[in-house]
Design a protein around this ligand. Structure first.
Ligand code: FAD
Length: 581
C-alpha cells in the first residue's frame, strides 16, 4: 500500500502528542507506538554547538550564488561597515553579513542559516546594535527601502529597511501620516515589532496596533503572508515580539489623515529642574488624549544640537505634541510656560513631516548604557526620588526621561497583539555611561530609586542594554510571555532568531545520547526502532524523547489507540507523515 494516497480516516489518526503532567512522570505517558520526527533545523543547530560559527570560503561562495546582494565574510572589505551599526561598539563578530536586496535574498539567507545551524540576526539601521551578533548570519535590510502608498485604502506597504523619514516623505504629499516614532531615522519595522511608542501615541495608541499585515520569512525558510486571517498566532506574536519569530520582509500599515500639529520643546535651566518636574507631574495627568508629552533632564546639551538652546549647559526639556488648533494647545501649555524662566521655546504649529523636531533626538552615534522602566504612577515623591538619584550619579547619567503614557496607549486593539503593559502611566528611560563589568550603571541606579512606582515591566523598545532573556521577559505580562514561549517552540524550535531582545538565549542544551537520538529521527521513526538502533532501554529513550519534545526539538505523532496494532494503518500513517513532513 505504500505509495498510494492514504484514506481520509487514516489522516485523522495522526496527531501531535502533547506533553501533560509533571516533568518526572510525563515520559510514562508517551505512547510506545508513537512515531517520532525531528523538528526542521533542530539537529543542525545542535551540531553547531555554542561556539561562534565560521563559514568556509566555499560556504560564502555558495551564498553569493544564491543571493543577489553583497555577501561579506570577516576578511572582506565592507564587512565591518555593513554590520557595525550606528554605535561602533561593542565590536561584533558575526559569521557573515548579507546585504539583502529583496525577500528572495532574505529567504535564501534564512534557508542557508537553517541548514548550517547558524543563528540569524537582522539589522536595518543598527540603532539597536548594543546586543552582540557573534557567530550569527547578519541579514542587513538597509537596501530594502521601498515604500508604496494607496491613498484610497489609506494603507502603506513598507520594505524591511525603510526608516520613518521614507514613510513621511511618501505619505504626507497625499495628506496621510504614519504613527511613527520620535526619530525619523529609526527603522520602521524594528520600531513597530517592539510595539512602537509614538510622540503622538496618547491619541492613537501603539504603532503595532496599526499593522494590517506582515510578510515574513520564518525559520523553516518559507515566505508567509501573515494577517488576522492567516497564521493569527504568528501575527499576534510578531507585533510586540520583536525579531524572535522571523525576518519581516515587508509590513502593511494603516495611515491616518495628516493632523494639524502644535509641537516642539520648552527648555528650562538645570537648576529649575525641581519646580519644573513637580509642576509637570501635576499638569500632565490633566491633559487630554490629543496631547502627548515627555520631560527630559539633560546633563549637557552639547551633543544634542537642540534648536531651542545653546550647547554646553544642563537643561530640562519638555517635549509637546498637541493635535489640534494652536490657540488650544497654547492654552494647555500655559502652566508649564510659567513653571520657571524659559531659556528656549520652539513649540509652534508645524508640518507633520517635522515630527522629529518635537524630541530632537541625537543622531550622532554614541556607545552608551540605556535602561527603561514603566511606572504605574508618578507623584511629588517620585520627583524627589528621581532628582536626588540624578544628582547623586554625577556626570555618569546623560539623560533621564519620563514619557507620559495613558490615553489611547491604555486601550486594547480590536485585533490583539503581544505589545503589552497597557496599564502603565509613565515610561522612565535613562542614558548613561557604560559601567565597568558587573557594576550598575548610573541609569540603573536612577531607576532603582524609582522602584516604588515601577510596574515591574519595561516597554520592549526601551529595554536598551538589558538583553538577557530574563530581563527581556519583563517586556510582556506573564501570560503573554508564556504564550510567546509556546509559539517560539512552534515557529522557531531551533531558536535561530536569538539576537536583539531574545525570548530564549541559548540553543536548547541536550545530552550526547539525546543528540544521537535526534540524528536518527529525521524521518518518522518508532520508539522501538530508536531504542534498538542506539542500544538503549525503551524507558531511557522515552525519558530522552520527553525532554526533546519539551524543548521543541522533536514531535511525537500518536495514533488512535484502538487501531494502534493495525499494520495496514501504520503503513498508511507512515506514508502520510513522509508525504506531509
Ligand atoms: C534616537 C532614537 C529614538 C527612538 N525613539 C523611539 C520612540 O519614540 N518610540 C519607540 O517605541 N522606540 C524608539 N526608539 C527605539 C527603536 O524603536 C528601537 O531601537 C528599534 O529597534 C530600532 O529599529 P532599527 O531597525 O532602527 O534598529 P536595528 O538595530 O537595525 O534593529 C533593531 C532590532 O529590530 C529587529 N528588527 C529590525 N528589522 C527587522 C526585520 N525586518 N525583521 C525582524 N526583526 C527586525 C531586530 O530584532 C533588530 O535587532 C528610538 C531609538 C533611537 C535610537
Amino acid at each position: 500500500m505504500l505509495g498510494q494516497e492514504p484514506s481520509a480516516p487514516a489522516r485523522a489518526m495522526v496527531r501531535p502528542y502533547v506533553i501533560t503532567g509533571g516533568r518526572t512522570t510525563a515520559h510514562l505517558t508517551l505512547p510506545l507506538e508513537a512515531l517520532i520526527q525531528a523538528s526542521p533545523g533542530a539537529g543542525a543547530d545542535l551540531q553547531a554547538g555554542h561556539q561562534p560559527a565560521v563559514l568556509s570560503p566555499r560556504d560564502l561562495a555558495a551564498l553569493r550564488e544564491r543571493i543577489s546582494g553583497p555577501v561579506y565574510g570577516p576578511a572582506d572589505e565592507g564587512f565591518r561597515i555593513e554590520q557595525v551599526g550606528s554605535y561602533g561598539a561593542p565590536v561584533h563578530r558575526p559569521a557573515a553579513v548579507i546585504g539583502a536586496r529583496d525577500r528572495g535574498d532574505v529567504q535564501a539567507a534564512v534557508q542557508l542559516a537553517a541548514e548550517r545551524g547558524l543563528p540569524i540576526a537582522v539589522q536595518a539601521t543598527g540603532h539597536s546594535s548594543l546586543s552582540r551578533t557573534d557567530g550569527a548570519l547578519v541579514i542587513s535590510t538597509r537596501r530594502m527601502r521601498q515604500v508604496a502608498v494607496d491613498p484610497r485604502t489609506r494603507r502603506a506597504w513598507l520594505g524591511a529597511g525603510v526608516i520613518w523619514r521614507d514613510v513621511l516623505d511618501v505619505c504626507t504629499p497625499h495628506g496621510l501620516a504614519p504613527l511613527c516614532g520620535s526619530a525619523p531615522g529609526v527603522g520602521a519595522i524594528g520600531y513597530t515589532l517592539g510595539g512602537g511608542l509614538s510622540p503622538i501615541g496618547r491619541t492613537y495608541g501603539y504603532s503595532a496596533d496599526y499593522v494590517c499585515s506582515l510578510e515574513v520569512v520564518t525559520a523553516d525558510g518559507r515566505i508567509r503572508h501573515v494577517d488576522p486571517g492567516h497564521d493569527p498566532d504568528l501575527f499576534w506574536a510578531l507585533r510586540g515580539g520583536k525579531g524572535n519569530f522571523g525576518v519581516v520582509t515587508a509590513m502593511e500599515i494603516e495611515l491616518f489623515a495628516e493632523p494639524s500639529l502644535y509641537g516642539g520643546g520648552l527648555f528650562f535651566r538645570a537648576q529649575d529642574a525641581e519646580p519644573v518636574l513637580r509642576r509637570y507631574l501635576q499638569w500632565a495627568p490633566q491633559l487630554p488624549e490629543s496631547c502627548t508629552t515627555s520631560i527630559a533632564l539633560l546633563r549637557d546639551s552639547s551633543g544634542m544640537q537642540l534648536r531651542g538652546v545653546a550647547g554646553g549647559q544642563g537643561v530640562v526639556h519638555l517635549r509637546v505634541a498637541y493635535l489640534g488648533p494652536a490657540e488650544q494647545g497654547s492654552a494647555l501649555l500655559a502652566p508649564m510656560r510659567a513653571a520657571a524662566p524659559l531659556i528656549g521655546d520652539t513649540v509652534a504649529p508645524m508640518p507633520f513631516t517635522a515630527i522629529g523636531d518635537v524630541h530632537e533626538d541625537p543622531t550622532t552615534p554614541v556607545h552608551v548604557d540605556k535602561r527603561g522602566a514603566l511606572l504605574s504612577d508618578a507623584t511629588d515623591d517620585t520627583a524627589t526620588a528621581l532628582l536626588s538619584a540624578y544628582d547623586a550619579t554625577g556626570d555618569s547619567v546623560f539623560c533621564v526621561e519620563l514619557r507620559q503614557l495613558g490615553g489611547a496607549f491604555s486601550r486594547r486593539p480590536a485585533v490583539g497583539s503581544c505589545a503589552g503593559h497597557r496599564d502603565a502611566a509613565y515610561l522612565a528611560f535613562t542614558v548613561s555611561a557604560p559601567a565597568a563589568d558587573g557594576a550598575a550603571s548610573g541609569g540603573q541606579r536612577v531607576l532603582g530609586a524609582l522602584r516604588p512606582w515601577s510596574t515591574g515591566g519595561v516597554a520592549m523598545n526601551f529595554l536598551g542594554s538589558a538583553n538577557d532573556p530574563r530581563d527581556v521577559a519583563s517586556a510582556w505580562d506573564p501570560d503573554s510571555h508564556r504564550r510567546l514561549l509556546e509559539l517560539k517552540h512552534v515557529w522557531d524550535p531551533a531558536n535561530l532568531f536569538r539576537f536583539g531582545y531574545p525570548l530564549l538565549a541559548e540553543p536548547p542544551k541536550v545530552s550526547p545520547e539525546a543528540k544521537a537520538l535526534l540524528s536518527r529521527c529525521h524521518d518518522p521513526t518508532s520508539i522501538a526502532e530508536l531504542a534498538a538502533g542506539l542500544g538503549l532501554p525503551l524507558g531511557v529513550v522515552r525519558v530522552l524523547l520527553t525532554d526533546l519534545i519539551e524543548a521543541g526539538l522533536v514531535t511525537a505523532y500518536q495514533l488512535d489507540p484502538e487501531r494502534a496494532g493495525d499494520t495496514q494503518l501504520l503503513k498508511e500513517v507512515l506514508h502520510e507523515l513522509r508525504r506531509r513532513l
